[in-house]
Structure formats: structure tokens, C-alpha cells
Design a binder for this molecule. Structure first.
Ligand SMILES: [Zn+2]
Length: 165
């Protein structure tokens, strides 16, 4: 059955950059569809078991964030609504909705790229992952390939501003 105890995991290593690059390529897929470029993968034992990208506009779905899509994909692939032992890589600091989903899924570790000063809940706006009464599962590491992740977002918004003029 699922373990309720946090799992000891190694410090960020080379693997983190590899999987973040996968998340970045999914973010680029979102960008091609005119969505804000955010991508995510779920990894279990060094293998990608779920992929997702941001698609709220195309899906007419305010919940269609990259993390939610990747969690749904992983849960379907693994045949389990809980994902203990899984790691979630996402190019942008999670929002409150996604942090909730990450906790419900029992994700063991979250690795994100750029900070999100507007909606990030790993300390940028609030620190939901730091609230022990809420979160007994996920350890969180930020700043993996952060420059690349935030440059992608900046370029996207700059392009959109240009089009709006
Ligand atoms: Zn979110």
C-alpha cells in the first residue's frame, strides 16, 4: 500500500536537468498552440510515466495546467490515483491548485524551473508546501534550468504584447 512517510531522495543531480529538458520540450508544444509555455513530466524510478503541458485556452478548461495534465497521464498509465514515489518536474513554480493536486497524488518530490511571482506557492506568494498540516509528502526543489524556463515565458509574453499593439 501507499507509504505515508516522506521518502529520502538524493540531492538534485544530473538527472534533474535531463527531465527538466523533457518538461521544457512539452512547454514548447504548448507555445506552438498559443498557450503559455509550461510543461511537466512525472518520473518513477528514472522513467517518464506522465507528460503534460499547459492548455487551458484550447481545452476551455481553467484547470488544464501542465502539472494536472501530467498527473492525470501518470495516474492513468500506472492505474493508480495516487503516485507515491513519483517525482514531478515542471518548468514553472506550481500554483495553489496544482500544489493541492500534487499533495492529493502523494507525489514524493517536486522539481521546478522558474519562479512565479504572481501565483507560485513555493514561497513566491505563499509557501503551501511548507505547511506541514497540509503536506506530508512532497519535498520541493526550485531553480533547475530556471534561466531557460523563464526566458521561454518572457519571450512568449513579449511576443503576445507585440501582437496586441
Ligand atoms: Zn497550476
Amino acid at each position: 500500500m501507499t507509504s505515508e512517510k516522506p521518502i529520502d531522495l538524493p540531492a538534485p543531480g544530473l538527472g534533474d536537468e535531463y527531465f527538466m529538458r523533457e518538461a521544457i520540450s512539452l512547454a514548447r508544444a504548448a507555445e506552438c498552440l498559443g498557450e503559455v509555455p509550461v510543461g511537466a513530466v512525472v518520473v518513477l524510478d528514472g522513467r517518464i510515466v506522465g507528460r503534460g503541458f499547459n492548455s487551458p485556452i484550447g481545452e476551455h478548461d481553467p484547470t488544464a495546467h501542465a502539472e494536472i495534465a501530467a498527473l492525470r497521464d501518470a495516474a492513468r498509465n500506472l492505474g493508480n490515483y495516487r503516485l507515491p514515489g513519483c517525482e514531478l518536474y515542471v518548468t514553472l513554480e506550481p500554483c495553489a491548485m496544482c500544489a493541492g493536486a500534487i499533495m492529493h497524488a502523494r507525489i514524493s518530490r517536486v522539481i521546478y524551473g522558474a519562479r512565479d511571482p504572481k501565483t507560485g506557492v513555493h514561497g513566491s506568494v505563499v509557501d503551501l508546501f511548507g505547511v506541514e498540516r497540509l503536506n506530508h509528502h512532497a519535498s520541493v526543489a526550485g531553480g533547475i534550468l530556471a534561466d531557460e524556463c523563464s526566458a521561454m515565458l518572457s519571450a512568449f509574453f513579449a511576443g503576445r504584447r507585440r501582437k496586441a499593439q
